[in-house]
Design a binder for this molecule. Structure first.
Ligand code: HEM
Length: 488
């Protein structure tokens, strides 16, 4: 089988280039040998340990860094078009980079179900809507949908000022933690409404949990190791108990208020609890707890990533930053942006679409067959894992043109459908019945946040910024986003 260039180096971002791939990974990676140490990072689609050894032989020991490699895949071409088989350690996975087949996979939700999580730590982090299949998924999606109706999202109690208090004079800061705190505030208010302060404490614990989890996710899970009496395992258990107890406490208070005749609130918690009380569409309290945990994770991680990549790219492209600022001043002046004005932010919207194309918060979608299933001309056995590598589709030269790796928001001037050749080439929020339930919410939040930042600051990359996108659950800047911020 011939090798094929499949994965390029993101225009230098990754400091490494996957040049050609073949069975046994004889020709795989070419490192950027001159990349400074802090700018080298993962070869995203890599390799079982044996393959890593092969790669090292190929590129030379000193040019590849084991700690940079998170997982492993050796891609090779099949004779079936853009379908590739890869190995994650002993497990095969089918990668589908064909928009037509991707559409088939994402629409046939009963044939292609969610990939079960093999690492039990991730199960502790969050389950809920994003993991369920069949009737349970359908029921939960129907119940939760109304929480995301546009009218419900028109909140004026998000505390944007916190973000603006960050800096009153020109200085260098890592903006990533601030953006994470902002997204966490916003989702906390949306999920828990008046119980927001208590919700926030839960989210802080979840954050600690994620930081404990990251190194675990990046290494191979040894069955049973979750029960070893290590300091980390003890803390993970403590946090899990604490988070669940705190959510239970919020629920108890809210139920009491509902019993006392106080009107139910139309935040996510109110909607979930109404269904808990409803005899026809019942959700158990355990279900409610899992959905609350999921919404923190799904709502905070993704949106803060969108914002941080937006600030990084606008720092790299000052003329787009200036155009976006002009537009924001034209629409809102110095007034706080309101939801109704957001539709008039054409340039800001184009920028956000382009950021999501180059750095999609969810860089790949995963599915699993549970019985023998036809896909195009292939017949896949039950238990086959499937990936739709969104980030590869988003940078495909045939779809997006030779400038696919460049930041060019103008490609979205006539909307998303005109920019991509067909809807399946652009999937930052997934597609089909399982498309992101929070997409409008996320875009609205990102527009407001970006508009306010542009109204108050100009920003450029600091010399200490090291460009290192890495995919750990979501695609984020490994070393943060060090920017020089100036009030304007
Ligand atoms: C920039 C922001 C966001 C991005 C890029 C994003 C991306 C995605 C993607 C790609 C999926 C589909 C996953 C799949 O098909 O396997 C998804 C699903 C989901 N997202 Fe988002 N998301 C974002 C924001 C949010 C927010 C703000 C929330 C909630 C507050 C949210 C909640 C969910 C949930 C619950 C699902 C599962 C839907 C289902 O399976 O029915 N997301 N998201």
């Amino acid at each position: 089988m011939d090798g094929k260039l499949l994965w390029c180096d993101h225009g230098g971002d990754f400091g490494m280039e996957l040049v050609e791939v073949g069975v046994g990974a004889t020709k795989v990676a070419r490192a950027a040998p001159k990349a400074p140490r802090d700018q080298r990072h993962l070869l995203q689609l890599l390799i079982c340990p044996t393959t890593l050894q092969n790669i090292k032989k190929f590129v030379g020991q000193e040019k590849i860094w084991e700690e940079d490699v998170i997982f492993g895949v050796g891609f090779f071409t099949s004779q079936k078009g853009n379908i590739f088989f890869a190995w994650y350690g002993p497990k095969p996975m089918v990668h589908v980079i064909d928009p037509v087949l991707a559409k088939d996979i994402l629409s046939r939700i009963n044939d292609f179900q969610k990939l079960r999580k093999s690492n039990p730590y991730i199960k502790i982090l969050s389950q809920g809507l994003i993991d369920y299949d069949g009737d349970k998924w359908f029921k939960h999606r129907k119940i939760i949908n109304p929480a995301f109706h546009a009218q419900k999202l028109k909140r004026d109690d998000w505390k944007w000022q916190k973000l603006l208090g960050v800096c009153e004079r020109s200085r260098e800061i890592d903006v990533f933690p601030y953006l994470q705190a902002l997204a966490s505030d916003v989702i906390s208010r949306t999920a828990f409404g008046s119980s927001y302060e208590e919700g926030r404490r839960i989210f802080e614990l979840q954050k600690e949990f994620i930081s404990l989890l990251l190194p675990i996710i990046q290494s191979v899970y040894i069955p049973g190791s979750r029960f070893w009496p290590t300091k980390k395992n003890k803390r993970v258990k403590e946090i899990d108990i604490h988070v669940k107890a705190s959510i239970r406490d919020i629920i108890r208070k809210r139920l009491k208020a509902m019993e006392d005749g106080e009107a139910s609130q139309d935040d996510l918690l109110g909607i979930l609890l109404e269904s808990n009380q409803n005899e026809i569409q019942q959700m158990s309290i355990e279900d409610v707890i899992e959905e609350c945990k999921l919404f923190y994770f799904a709502g905070q991680e993704t949106t803060s990533n969108l914002l941080v990549w937006s600030l990084i790219l606008l720092s790299q492209h000052p003329s787009w930053q200036a155009q976006a600022r002009d537009e924001v001043f034209l629409v809102f002046g110095r007034k706080e942006p309101d939801v109704d004005g957001l539709n008039r932010l054409k340039i800001v919207t184009m920028i956000l679409h382009e950021v999501l194309r180059l750095y999609p918060a969810v860089p790949a979608l995963y599915r699993l067959t549970h019985e023998e299933t036809k896909l195009g001309e292939m017949s896949l056995p039950g238990g086959t894992a499937i990936t739709v590598p969104v980030v590869v589709l988003h940078r495909d030269l045939e779809i997006w043109g030779r400038d696919a790796n460049e930041f060019k928001p103008e490609r979205f001037v006539d909307g998303v459908s005109k920019a991509a050749k067909g809807p399946m080439s652009y999937l930052p929020f997934g597609w089909g019945p399982r498309i992101c339930i929070g997409q409008h919410f996320a875009m609205m939040e990102a527009k407001i946040a970006l508009a306010m930042i542009l109204q108050h600051f100009s920003f450029e990359l600091s010399p200490s910024y090291a460009h290192a996108p890495r995919s750990v659950i979501t695609l984020q800047p490994q070393h943060g986003a060090h920017l020089i911020i100036k009030p304007c």
